[in-house]
Each structure stands twice: as structure tokens, then as C-alpha cells.
Design a protein around this ligand. Structure first.
Ligand SMILES: [Zn+2]
Length: 316
């Protein structure tokens, strides 16, 4: 009796949650926003960075663009439980202004699911793809059960799933665990079953375009798997990233099929940004050399590489 009691107590004090999304973090998905730990109108995430926004009460797991969203990325239950509430039927959109924001008032979570777990825990999943939810109220689910697909319904400006975690109705940051303290200088006991690194800066996607990109077009996936021919008026190498800081340094290189360095550009970032789009490119006066072009990018902070990458495109 005593033994089983102590096991139960141990289990309830240390839940270990799975990821709410079926993807490889740092490869085909990323965490855009964490829980805001500042009770005032300022913001701070659990790692003492600024990758959150005021009153944000969950963790946002993002995917690169709407094309990938259409292909389908699964949202998963983070723990065994029973489905408490479901809403579906809300359109997917990319909210970019106050008017859009007003139109979805009261439906900020978009297509969402709430699951009740043991010991007063609840998880909520928001912004799923319209008509993708495959669970119903009262249904039992297991950790890893597919609930629906990642979308961008409700108050959402990029394709992602927002996960809120609550214990007895109180918001808990899964990177921190239960605490009464505010701010980021606190004891942290991750509730994730696997070790998740704090990644306040990283890549969403990088690629090429035949015109100047905008963030809107990048989120839409307009340059996803793009083919470019040698008559293209421009060859642009772009990156879409999150969590850049003022005084970070970017460098772009573009190398043609003859191994000539066509572009070698360094530029400072003047303003910290939660999302960031940047590019370098070549105007095409005659025609582009056919063959494989290489783009290289590096983000530096205090003379250290934050991340770097290389992308190739074949021009026909
Ligand atoms: Zn969110």
C-alpha cells in the first residue's frame, strides 16, 4: 500500500510531456514564442530573452510556410487524457492588422482542443487547420494521439500550434514547471520528456526567389521549391529567421556556377526583431549563367556564429 502510494505521488509531481507537433525541432520546425514571465507590459521569456510577447501564455511551435501546412503537419496530444472541448470550422488566415484582429474577436484560439489530464493538468492546442480536427468531446486520447493538423486559424500570423499548459487552472510554462515566481531568474524544472534547448534565435527557412521577397510571401510559401530559369530578371537569396538582436551582423555570399563570388555583403542589424527577413541579390542584365548557384549566410553576434547555412539552386 505504502509503495503504490509513493509511486503515485512521484508520478503526479513529475509529469513528462511529449511535443504537441510531429516534426524535428531545429530542422523542419522551430519555437517562435515562449511564455511571457513579466507581469508588467514588458516581456521576458524563461531564458531571459525577448522571444515572447506581452501576456503570451503558451509556447508557439511554428512551421515554415502555408505550402507545408497544406501538405499537413500533425498536432499531437502531449499526454494521456480526455478531450474536454473542441472548436473547428474557423478559417486559416495570416493576421496582419487591427481590422483582421477584430474580425476574429472571441475566437482567438481559432480551431482548438482542450484535453484534461490527471492531477489537475490541462493542455490546450490552438490555431489548427480548418476542418482538420479528428477528435471529439469526451474521447480518450493517449500521449502522441493525432488531434488534427497545424494551421493558422484565429489570432495567428504564421502557421503554428500554440500550446497552453495549465495546472488547476493556472498557466504553467513547460520549460519552467510550477512556480509562484515571476521573471526569468527562477528555478526551472522542465516538464518535457526530452531535453529541449532554449533557442531564442534561429532559422525559419532560407531559399531563392526571382523577385524581392516580403515576409507575407515567405509565410505563404511563394518561393517554396521554386524553379528559376536564366531569363529571370533577378536572382535573390533570402533568409527568414526569428529572434535577431540589434548589433547582430549578417553576411551573404552568392557564388555562380563558375565558382565566382558575385555577392559578398556584410550588414549590421539595426533593430531587434522577433521575426526577420533579409536578402541579397543580383539584377540580371543579360542572362544568368546556367548551372548550380550557391548562397551562403551567416548570422554573427559578438563575433560568434549564431547560425550559418548554405543553399543551392540550379538555373536552367
Ligand atoms: Zn501563442
Amino acid at each position: 500500500m505504502l509503495v503504490s502510494f509513493s509511486i503515485a505521488t512521484f508520478a503526479s509531481s513529475a509529469p513528462k510531456f511529449g511535443l504537441p507537433i510531429d516534426c524535428k525541432l531545429g530542422q523542419d520546425c522551430y519555437i517562435m514564442h515562449y511564455v511571457d514571465h513579466d507581469p508588467t507590459s514588458k516581456v521576458i521569456d524563461f531564458g531571459c530573452g525577448r522571444q515572447t510577447y506581452d501576456t503570451h501564455n503558451g509556447t508557439d511551435f511554428g512551421i515554415p510556410n502555408l505550402q507545408i501546412m497544406q501538405q499537413g503537419v500533425q498536432v499531437k496530444a502531449i499526454e494521456d487524457g480526455i478531450v474536454l472541448r473542441v472548436r473547428d470550422g474557423v478559417e486559416d488566415n495570416l493576421i496582419s492588422n487591427q481590422e483582421d484582429k477584430k474580425a476574429i474577436e472571441g475566437k482567438e484560439c481559432g480551431n482548438g482542443i482542450v484535453i484534461k489530464h490527471e492531477d489537475g493538468w490541462e493542455s490546450q492546442y490552438c490555431h489548427l487547420k480548418q476542418n482538420s480536427i479528428i477528435v471529439k468531446n469526451g474521447m480518450e486520447v493517449e500521449k502522441g494521439t493525432t488531434l488534427g493538423m497545424v494551421g493558422t486559424s484565429g489570432l495567428s500570423s504564421f502557421p503554428h500550434v500554440h500550446l497552453s499548459l495549465r495546472q488547476e487552472g493556472k498557466i504553467v510554462d513547460p520549460f519552467v514547471g510550477i512556480t509562484d515566481k515571476t521573471g526569468c531568474d527562477i528555478t526551472k524544472k522542465s516538464l518535457w520528456e526530452k531535453k529541449l534547448d532554449y533557442t531564442p534565435t534561429g532559422l525559419i527557412e532560407a531559399g531563392f526567389a526571382s523577385e524581392i521577397p516580403t515576409q507575407q510571401k515567405l509565410w505563404e510559401g511563394q518561393f517554396y521549391n521554386l524553379s528559376i530559369n536564366n531569363k529571370s530578371p533577378q536572382l535573390i537569396f533570402w533568409i527568414h529567421a526569428f529572434g535577431v538582436l540589434e548589433n547582430d551582423q549578417e553576411s551573404f555570399q552568392l557564388i555562380n556556377p563558375n565558382n565566382q563570388l558575385i555577392i559578398n555583403q556584410k550588414k549590421p542589424i539595426n533593430k531587434s526583431s522577433r521575426t526577420w527577413m533579409s536578402y541579397a541579390g543580383k539584377n540580371n542584365k543579360s542572362s544568368l549563367e546556367k548551372g548550380t548557384w550557391i548562397g551562403k549566410y551567416q548570422l554573427m553576434r559578438n563575433n560568434k556564429i549564431v547560425f550559418n547555412l548554405e543553399r543551392k539552386i540550379t538555373i536552367n
